[in-house]
Design a binder for this molecule. Structure first.
Ligand SMILES: Nc1ncnc2c1ncn2[C@@H]1O[C@H](COP(=O)(O)OP(=O)(O)OP(=O)(O)O)[C@@H](O)[C@H]1O
Ligand SMILES: [Mg+2]
Length: 268
């Protein structure tokens, strides 16, 4: 059984109460993700990547089509609170906009305490939980004393993204949907974060949907690449196929736009 199956997924947004304007953000896309697989969704701004991610995360329903996680339709089969909680434990998000992921009224570590509370295996006491939280922060390159007790407005965007990744490290989910997870992290730390995601894949068998504008990075990290344009997947396959032999005009353009130095270093 595939870990995730996306079948004929479509999302149409209706704008305004009286207007008849509709935006077809995602158009009839289908793909599968196996365990321990990293796939990248690559495409220009507005191509439907975040909309696809949010449907997979069960944040809003598709207009049509279905999403099966471990064989279960996430919109039809998860009915009671316990199965939804189980889904939240197994499928985790790292968002493009880390500002929207935090409640301004609580210290930022609240999100890590919530992760600890979601764990299936309960920890014996608060001290043990705090140790796990501190360890997760160190794993993402944060000194715990730099952020513990602080509120969202007191830490940087990059720190917020890293805390979301620390959350993944605590929960060890089966699927991570990472939407531009390193967009606010400086280049020197970016490699470490990607490595941490790869380590979760190696050790825990986590599957990852990696959303990025950067086809060069996608080439480097993924087992499969899906190129999106105007809500459709216009090219798909192994990174070598997509990057070295692109067939769609838009993928050719993306390959052309990989910076030259990068291409030289990667031997592309
Ligand atoms: N809640 C919404 N209501 C109406 N339209 C929306 C909504 N969310 C997204 N859209 C529209 O759907 C389309 C796809 O948006 P989406 O955010 O999925 O793009 P994206 O590929 O993630 O872009 P980016 O790379 O800039 O993050 C865009 O035209 C966007 O304006
Ligand atoms: Mg987006």
């Amino acid at each position: 059984m595939s870990r995730l199956v996306v079948e004929n997924l479509t999302k149409i947004f209706s704008l305004g109460f009286f207007s008849r304007r509709h935006i077809e953000a995602v158009k009839n896309i289908s793909f599968k993700i196996e365990g321990r697989e990293i796939v990248s969704l690559v495409g220009e701004s507005g191509s439907g990547k975040t909309t696809t991610a949010k449907m997979i995360l069960r944040l809003f329903p598709p207009t049509s089509g279905k999403i099966l996680f471990e064989g279960k339709d996430i919109w039809k089969d998860l009915k009671d609170q316990e199965s939804i909680r189980d889904f939240r434990r197994k499928v985790h998000a790292v968002f493009q906009d880390p500002f929207a992921s935090y409640n301004p009224f609580y210290p930022v570590e609240r999100t890590l305490w919530q992760a600890v509370n979601l764990l299936e295996k309960k920890l014996s006491n608060k001290k043990e939980a705090l140790e796990l939280i501190k360890e997760s922060l160190v794993r993402v390159g944060i000194d715990p004393k730099d952020i513990l007790g602080k509120y969202p407005h007191q830490i940087s965007g990059g720190q917020k993204q890293r805390i979301m990744i620390a959350r993944c490290w605590i929960l060890k989910p089966l699927l991570i949907v990472a939407d531009e997870p390193t967009s606010m992290i400086d280049a020197s730390c970016r490699g470490g974060i990607i490595q941490l995601l790869e380590e979760l894949r190696e050790v825990e068998g986590t599957s990852i949907i990696f959303i990025t504008h950067d086809l060069g990075l996608a080439y480097y990290v993924s087992d499969n690449i899906f190129v999106m344009k105007d809500g459709e997947i216009v090219e798909r396959g192994h990174p070598d196929k997509v990057v070295l032999e692109p067939t769609h005009e838009y993928s050719k353009l993306l390959v052309e736009s990989i910076p030259k130095l990068y291409r030289k270093l990667e031997g592309l």
